[in-house]
Design a protein around this ligand. Structure first.
Ligand SMILES: [Zn+2]
Length: 169
């Protein structure tokens, strides 16, 4: 029997390396609907990467840990091209949330918590940083920000607010 050639390469598997809690704080966003909400910081034992405070929904999610953006191989990270000034603000730590028009490209399905992201300075391949999504919400409040108006004008729409924990190395 002849061996069939492999027609399709298998998609690369996600290799998840989890970070574990290094510090935990009191709930800063107490909401009776989410009695287990709290904030935690995570660290990777392998590469020593540490997150800033991350708002967590449940204790069990916290105990399980979250993927390390350096050590996890995510075959399909969310690609987020940014204008230079916004990319630089993420890298410096001044900016932690990206705002996009809510819709087919930016929604709760494409922006799932703890999905890997790649931030890119424009569409080039030179300046990129990896990270992960740590929170997602839909809001109209960003429409009143000057930076939003500069891009989208005065229209008030649903905005996908994507909080990103970046590996700023
Ligand atoms: Zn790591």
């Amino acid at each position: 029997m002849t061996k069939q050639p492999t027609l399709f390469a298998m998609p690369p598997k996600t290799r998840v390396k989890r970070m574990h809690v290094v510090d935990a704080g009191d709930p800063s966003h107490y909401d009776p609907a989410f009695p287990n909400r709290h904030i935690a910081q995570f660290g990777c034992r392998r590469c020593k990467f540490e997150t800033d405070w991350v708002l967590m929904d449940t204790i069990s999610e916290t105990k399980r840990g979250i993927p390390c953006p350096r050590c996890t191989f995510d075959p399909s990270p969310l690609f987020v091209p940014l204008r230079a000034e916004y990319f630089d603000a993420f890298v410096s730590g001044d900016k932690t949330t990206e705002y996009r028009k809510y819709g087919a490209g930016w929604n709760e399905r494409t922006c799932t918590r703890f999905r890997g992201v790649v931030l890119s300075r424009g569409y080039g391949k030179q300046d990129r940083h990896v990270g992960l999504i740590t929170d997602f919400e839909i809001s109209r409040e960003p429409c009143s920000m000057d930076a939003w108006k500069a891009c989208y004008g005065d229209q008030v729409v649903d905005v996908a607010c994507i909080t990103i924990q970046l590996d700023r190395r």
